[in-house]
Write a protein that binds this ligand. Structure first.
Ligand SMILES: O=P(O)(O)O[C@H]1O[C@H](CO)[C@@H](O)[C@H]1O
Ligand SMILES: O=c1cc[nH]c(=O)[nH]1
Length: 239
């Protein structure tokens, strides 16, 4: 049955959903990689498509930016549409020179200062884990494609624009040194929490789009290629 945010009917969404933040990235994936993609949602412009990839049914849908947004969409996918696996595919800022521009990062945990989990069901954990099975499927897919991945805990932040930070070490350096965070994005903590409370599976792949460590520049072409690598790994995961 449709929800306030998703007009799909039960059965229109595959058991595995790839979720970029940007709904236009979902459209790009559907048009570039899926056979017979069918639009199932455009409520609030949050485009979602279902098609097949190498014979397997798969859906792609935008999550929007931030934990409240992915919190709504992922909760509905898991609880209303029978979705079992959500693989977030996003961009991230690097906190370490171990994760360079365009590298693909597999999140082994998501650290957050967010109140999302506490508010949702009283969970006090500040670091949540993805599904081990989904991560293994992503590792196998990356190995098959010959695409290296950097693995590590990521920072899921509620804040994109921090106020000018003159502390020494800076906030992001403390998260790197004390929490082991390799990169920052804004959704995975809520996604992993929803998967945990609903008995489902979630994982996250990120492409480094900018760096807090260096001031390397990106070109549109390189950005597109690196995002494509992440998409191929996610699509190739046999789950
Ligand atoms: O590229 P996406 O998936 O949107 O991810 C990152 O980019 C957005 C910020 O620009 C946030 O959503 C952050 O998590
Ligand atoms: O710096 C960045 C880059 C992408 N996404 C983020 O959340 N932060």
């Amino acid at each position: 049955m449709p929800t306030p945010h998703n007009k799909a009917e039960m059965g229109q969404i595959a058991k595995t959903v790839l979720m970029p933040g940007d709904p236009l990235r979902a459209k790009f994936i559907a048009e570039t990689f899926l056979e017979n993609p069918v639009l199932f949602n455009d409520v609030r412009g949050m485009l979602g498509f279902t098609g097949t990839y190498q014979g397997r049914p798969v859906s792609v849908m935008g999550s929007g930016m931030g934990m409240p947004s992915i919190g709504i969409y992922s909760y509905e996918l898991y609880s209303q549409y029978g979705v079992e696996n959500i693989i977030r595919i996003g961009s991230a800022g690097s906190y370490t020179d171990k994760a360079k521009l365009y590298d693909v990062v597999l999140a082994t945990g998501a650290y957050s200062e967010s109140s999302y989990a506490r508010t949702q069901n009283g969970c006090e954990d500040d670091t949540l884990a993805p599904s081990a099975e989904l991560c293994d499927a992503l590792r196998a897919s990356a190995a098959k494609l010959g695409i290296p991945m950097v693995e590590g805990v990521i920072h899921s932040s509620d804040v994109f624009y921090r106020h000018d930070d003159r502390t020494n070490p800076t906030y992001w350096e403390r998260l790197r040194d004390e929490k082991g965070c390799v990169a920052v994005e804004m959704e995975s903590f809520a996604l992993f929490h929803n998967a945990n409370v609903l008995g489902k599976r979630a994982a996250c792949l990120l492409t480094i789009s900018d760096s807090f460590v260096s001031s390397e520049a990106t070109t549109a072409e390189e950005r597109q290629l690196s995002f494509t690598n992440m998409m191929k790994i996610a699509l190739g995961a046999e789950v």
